[in-house]
Design a protein around this ligand. Structure first.
Ligand code: KG4
Ligand code: ZN
Length: 330
């Protein structure tokens, strides 16, 4: 069974063809990120116009790479939440139109849920239950996942998302947008820093808070700039260490609390090298199996949407044409 996965929730226009939920025949992505960088963040109107322009060519590229024709598709899976409404609408309308024209079913997908499963893409099999961690530009979410359609949120950020905090600190350090990869790169250039930043711990919960640390960073940077003593790598290193150490510790704590030893990690921040190293180390120590999504599946992509769509379809999911785009994660 061939599933076409469509993802247009933010700046990536993505399409993929996946066979039987597991075999990725193609995964094509085009991003408008360069168009937003001069504004220091995503401009929703620019993102949706880009999706309109690129959705057809990206889908065609996915068909071509998979070596199939439009009519070969059996199912269409599409992100309908969460994200920028104007962007989501482009993918959702495209999917509905294809479904109607081809007379093939379609399934609307929550893209945070899809990130939870992306570490299993190309692996032998899924194993339930597992703890899913999604760390992205818009979300920091921990969930107890006992089936494709049984995802219970057990922890999330109370303010900024992890990626948002990386992007804001990168802005303070004038590193450009998106800032996560820049902080990751700079932090790798040193192995110690004299600074210590701290996040609210929110002990006894699996929730996160990342808004205080950026203010802490801002004041430190302002002081150091006045004294002409700012070394950006030291700030990047200390900030990254604190944020990632907390994320890693809470993920391990979630596994212990729910007696689950499989931890699956996805979302753009899961590309972070220190996060990957830290979670792998802690996983070995705690005898937990840490599954890290491949970098190309950490970022928004169509393959994870197609894969989850297939398994939900097998469980009976079908979407109606009345389904609409929903910006917030419900
Ligand atoms: O999942 P994603 O591609 O889009 C959303 O759904 O939000 O995540 C984008 C976020 C951005 O905030 C970006 O700065 C961050 O992921 N990011 C990173 C790294 N690569 C991307 N953050 C830290 N280290 C990285 N290597
Ligand atoms: Zn995402």
């Amino acid at each position: 069974m061939l599933t076409l996965g469509i993802e247009t929730s933010c700046d990536e226009t993505a399409a993929a063809v996946v066979e039987n939920g597991r075999k990725i025949l193609s995964s094509c992505i085009s991003s408008s990120i360069q168009l937003h960088s001069k504004f220091g963040g995503i401009v929703p109107e620019i993102a949706s116009r880009f999706h309109l322009e690129y959705i057809m060519p990206v889908a065609q590229a996915a068909f071509k790479k998979a070596g199939i024709k439009l009519a070969d598709i059996d199912l269409i899976a599409v992100t309908y939440t969460p994200g920028l409404v104007g962007s989501l609408l482009v993918g959702l309308s495209f999917a509905k139109a294809l479904s109607f024209a081809l007379n093939k079913p379609y399934v609307g997908i929550n893209h945070i849920h899809a990130h939870m499963f992306s570490a299993f893409l190309e692996k032998q099999s899924f194993r339930f239950p597992f703890i899913g961690l999604v760390v992205s530009g818009g979300h920091t979410t921990l969930a107890y996942v006992s089936d494709f359609n049984k995802i219970k949120i057990i922890g999330q950020t109370r303010d900024d998302a992890a990626g948002e905090a990386f992007d804001k600190v990168a802005k303070i350090l004038e590193l450009g947008y998106p800032g996560g990869p820049q902080i990751d790169r700079l932090a790798q250039t040193i192995n110690a820093s004299p600074y210590k930043f701290s996040c609210a711990r929110l002990e006894d919960t699996l929730d996160f808070s990342f808004s205080g640390i950026k203010t802490d960073v801002l004041y430190t940077v302002q002081k150091l700039k006045k004294k002409s003593k700012l070394i950006k790598a030291q700030i990047a290193y200390s900030f990254q260490k604190e944020v990632i150490d907390i994320i890693a510790a809470k993920t391990i704590a979630a596994g212990n609390r729910f007696h689950v030893n499989i931890l699956s990690v996805g979302g753009g921040v899961a590309c972070n090298r220190y996060l990957r190293q830290k979670l792998s180390e802690l996983g070995t120590r705690e005898k937990a199996k840490v599954l890290l999504s491949k970098p190309e599946f950490c970022i928004d992509n169509g393959a994870m949407i197609a894969s989850l769509g297939y398994f939900l379809y097998k469980k009976g999911a079908r979407s109606k044409y009345s389904l609409t785009a929903v910006s917030t994660n419900r």
